[in-house]
Ligand binder design. Structure first.
Ligand code: NDP
Length: 581
């Protein structure tokens, strides 16, 4: 359908509305991330308990040595392990807080969990496992099972250590190894450590007055209690359920609750944008014709795509960058107005429909795709409690309180998201000369490619800041895994023991990150969310590299072409224990 031509005033008025919605939202609650808590101790300790771990057996502390140790057992570790195995590395250990591999897909087992990145691109190592996903978009259990299959294929269970949280990762000068301490009394040694702890791994709760007084049952979406709800939510038939939050997790959960619970109250602060989820079962004829290496071919296309950045397009045409930006913004607004129109078409009650309309630019918040979320609000048992930017600020023993009404609940689900990646969650990372990584980062994050940081030899970071951002995170993690495996292989095959980035290479990359950030003020103009640090001011280097995915990939290659220039490569000093053995 041709897009209606609207006068510029129409777009400017909508932008004004976006601005007011943002200001309204910022006026409430403590600013930034202070409104949340991830410290689950005391009365909040129950929110961190792993409901999926069965009887964790006692075991003796581990004090052995491996070549490569991963902190975390999700996609990062699985992808990179495959590459390490291909290079003949044998002693590879995953240390994982959960009781299995899978990371996100281990923890997020809530009803309706699925991924809205196309499965043929999202699931790692499909060529290697000769597996074709069953649907265009995979459901959570399939992805989790695929993670387990990878771990079996690459023999990763043998040395893996589960139900174990790394608490300290310290570089030992004498050994010239990392000493990795855990909450189970282990002191494992490793030549290389890879921080593979995920980007959104630590659940957070909105810190709400009175939350610990709630007398009903409560849990976070990443700790779904099926003992309480029943595997098919059948125990909720006579239960009143509340859910706080309307992000991507809640959007998948609400339709499932709506099907079974006696009543569902959805406590909304800012609505998500909800578009169609165009899903279908994989066509067996298509799958049969796939030739070996088909996933890698798809991936190469993503890497080959030249990003048509604003600057490049502006350079080609006679139109100024400002005009280009305006055009881009107007197209974005057109899209958001189509999202609004779809809500009006689906949601029968006009007041509910209005409340579900997001007033911000597309991609200010993580976009959602679901066909059943909006229709859920037409069901008589589903009620939207629109807090209009304020959020729930009080919980009584009965349940959330808003505008004087107390919502009497049996179950309260916190769909309040996750702390954004900090390298070394739960874990103190201490490099050469006893320098703590957090202290090094105090004046700003400093890395090469988001992967290496000077003074922390043989340590690699995956999925952290200063790396590129991809909607399909697997693409990004795959390039990082390939790069890390190449680096480790280089060290080993050339007879070195350590690799540490030079200060100059690190400074170069920090400058790259700074130069590519802040090209537009989009992020600052956005309604608060984890994409823009909840509206907090942020140093320019404390974020992702915005120079484009292809450029990021090419930079990795350039770095590896000049290993001797970018890294201090050293043999093991004679004082080290291995040398003596
Ligand atoms: P989010 O951080 O995206 O959402 C948290 C929600 O809680 C927001 O709606 C937030 O509102 C709301 N909230 C916080 N405090 C309050 C309060 N006091 N009262 C009312 N509401 C409150 O977390 P999710 O777990 O939903 O998603 C995290 C990420 O995980 C996604 O962005 C996505 O990257 C990934 N994911 C992907 C999925 C997929 O592939 N489909 C599915 C699920 C997750 P506000 O917006 O106002 O801050």
């Amino acid at each position: 359908m041709p897009r209606p031509k609207q006068p510029q005033q129409y777009y400017d008025d909508i932008k004004d509305k976006f601005r007011s919605a943002r200001n309204l939202r910022l006026g409430y609650r403590p600013p930034g991330t202070d409104q949340f808590t991830s410290e689950f101790s005391g009365d909040l300790a129950k929110y961190a308990v792993d409901p999926y771990a069965e009887d964790v057996p006692d075991r003796a502390p581990i004090t052995d040595e491996v070549e490569v140790l991963f902190i975390g057992g999700g996609f990062s570790a699985l992808l990179t392990s495959a590459r390490l195995r291909e290079r003949g590395i044998e002693r590879v250990r995953i240390v994982e807080r959960g009781s299995d591999v899978g990371g996100t897909w281990y923890w997020n087992r809530y009803p309706g969990a699925a991924c809205d990145v196309v499965s043929y691109d999202y699931l790692p190592l499909l060529d290697e496992l000769d597996y074709v996903p069953v649907n265009h978009y995979s459901r959570g259990p399939e992805i989790f099972a695929h993670c387990q299959a990878i771990a079996h294929q690459y023999n990763l269970y043998e040395l893996a250590v589960f139900n174990t949280t790394v608490t300290e990762t310290r570089w030992d000068e004498t050994d010239q190894l990392w000493h990795v301490k855990t909450d189970r009394g282990d002191v494992m040694r490793a030549q290389f450590v890879i921080c593979a702890n995920g980007t959104l791994a630590k659940p957070k709760l909105s810190a709400i007055t009175g939350m610990t007084t709630f007398s009903g049952h409560a849990f976070h979406t990443s700790r779904w209690d099926y003992d309480y709800t029943g595997q098919n939510l059948e125990h909720l038939k006579d239960k009143v359920v509340g859910i706080i939050g309307t992000g991507a997790s809640a959007v998948q959960i609400v339709p499932e609750l709506a099907k079974t619970a006696k009543a569902v109250y959805v406590f909304q602060r800012t609505p998500s944008s909800i578009d169609i989820r165009d899903d279908w079962p994989t066509d067996p004829n298509w799958a049969r014709k796939l030739e070996p290496g088909w996933q890698n071919k798809r991936r190469s296309k993503v890497l080959a795509a030249v990003e048509n950045t604003l600057e490049k397009r502006a350079a080609k045409g006679a139109v100024s960058p400002e005009e280009k930006l305006k055009k881009q913004e107007n197209a974005n607004i057109d899209y958001m107005m189509r999202i609004h129109k779809r809500i009006d078409e689906i949601v029968e009650d006009p007041r509910t429909a209005d409340a579900l309309k997001p007033w911000y630019m597309f991609m200010c918040k993580r976009p959602c795709f679901h066909n059943e979320y909006l229709p859920s609000f037409n069901l008589p048992n589903v009620h939207l409690v629109d807090t209009q930017g304020q959020g729930i600020t009080e919980i009584s023993p009965k349940g959330p309180v808003f505008e004087g009404r107390e919502y009497d609940l049996d179950l309260l689900v916190y769909a309040t998201g996750f702390e954004v990646q900090q390298t070394g969650i739960y874990n103190d990372i201490v490099g050469e000369d006893g320098v703590n990584l957090q202290d090094k980062y105090k004046d700003g994050i400093r890395t090469l490619l988001g992967i290496h940081t000077a003074g922390f030899p043989n340590l690699f970071i995956m999925g952290g800041y200063q790396a590129s951002f991809q909607f399909n995170l697997t693409d990004m993690l795959q390039t990082q895994g390939d790069h890390i495996a190449e680096c480790i292989d280089h060290v080993r095959s050339k007879g070195y023991h350590t690799l540490d980035v030079t200060d100059a290479a690190e400074a170069w990359w920090v400058q790259q990150v700074i130069e590519h950030r802040g090209k537009t003020n989009r992020s600052e103009e956005c309604t608060p969310g984890y994409y823009n640090f909840e509206g907090n001011e942020q140093r320019r280097q404390d974020g992702n590299y915005n120079g484009g995915f292809r450029q990021y990939f090419e930079s990795q290659g350039q770095v590896r072409e000049n290993m001797a220039e970018n890294f201090h490569l050293a043999s093991r000093k004679p004082s080290s224990s291995l040398e003596k053995e």
